[in-house]
Write a protein that binds this ligand. Structure first.
Ligand code: ADP
Length: 240
């Protein structure tokens, strides 16, 4: 369980996170949605320890993570666009990360097959397509069996087979009780994958609950329309 307590963050005069309190449940997939600049990445970076909040606390399993780092070993993170050392091969990158983590992995696990990475193993990073870099990034986020998985736009740039296989895999991780956070601009994908939704506008939570409740409360059939309605209402001042 990840808990945020009254988190505040400013970058200079920009108040980016405003009194964020929430609980991210294990065994569920939680999607963070919101317009560009609403604070989604800042929330993710706060969990990763890459952004230090001005006040408030973040707890993982009831322990504060602020100024700590060992907890990060239990997090698998797939950034929106990953960068790896350009001259290393895919296999060398995987080995390097396993060595850094002092972990032993079965490099040829089913994960490498479902992502169709085998033909890429001996290619240098600089020669990989964007989609294959994304697959490597997904592989690294999942292969170490982390209890928390954070995926920033996981299917962006993936071919349909890899995208479908990765989504299936994410759903399997949920059944293992993992805590999964993802962002996506594709609302149908969120409907397909997520149990819960955290909807941010301008650094404030405007909805935190089940995806089905958000859709139901809007009187719409689809998440995309429900979210669009909430954005319009917010622009009209309803949530301010
Ligand atoms: P999102 O991921 O929802 O697009 P972000 O969390 O990246 O939003 O950004 C929220 C706001 O914080 C934006 O206005 C962005 O410009 C600002 N911001 C993010 N990181 C920094 C930073 N390191 N320095 C200054 N402003 C930042």
């Amino acid at each position: 369980m990840i808990t945020f307590k009254n988190l505040e963050k400013k970058f200079g005069k920009f108040h980016v996170l405003k009194n964020i309190s929430l609980m991210v449940q294990p065994g569920k997939i939680t999607a963070i949605v919101g317009p560009n600049g609403s604070g989604k990445t800042t929330i993710i970076k706060s969990i990763l320890g890459l952004v230090k909040p001005d006040s408030g606390d973040i707890l993982i399993d009831d322990k504060s993570i602020l100024d700590k780092y060992l907890y990060r070993k239990n997090i698998g993170y797939m950034p929106q666009s990953a960068s790896f050392p350009e001259n290393l091969t895919v296999q060398e990158v995987i080995k390097m990360i396993a060595d850094l983590r002092n972990d032993i992995i079965d490099i040829e696990s089913s994960l490498i097959e479902i992502l169709n990475l085998i033909p890429e193993m001996n290619k240098q990073i600089k020669n990989l397509s964007g989609g294959n870099k994304q697959k490597l990034s997904a592989y690294i986020a999942l292969i170490f069996n982390p209890s928390i998985i954070i995926l920033d736009e996981p299917t962006a740039g993936l071919d349909p087979v890899a995208s479908s296989n990765l989504k299936q895999r994410i759903l399997e991780e949920r059944t293992k009780g993992k805590t999964i956070i993802l962002t996506s601009h594709i609302m149908s994908e969120i409907e397909e994958l997520a149990d819960n939704i955290l909807f941010l506008i301008d650094g404030r939570i405007v909805f935190d609950g089940e995806v089905k409740d958000l859709i139901e409360s809007s009187g719409e059939q689809k998440l995309e329309k429900a979210i669009a309605n909430m954005m319009t209402e917010n622009a009209n001042g309803t949530y301010n």
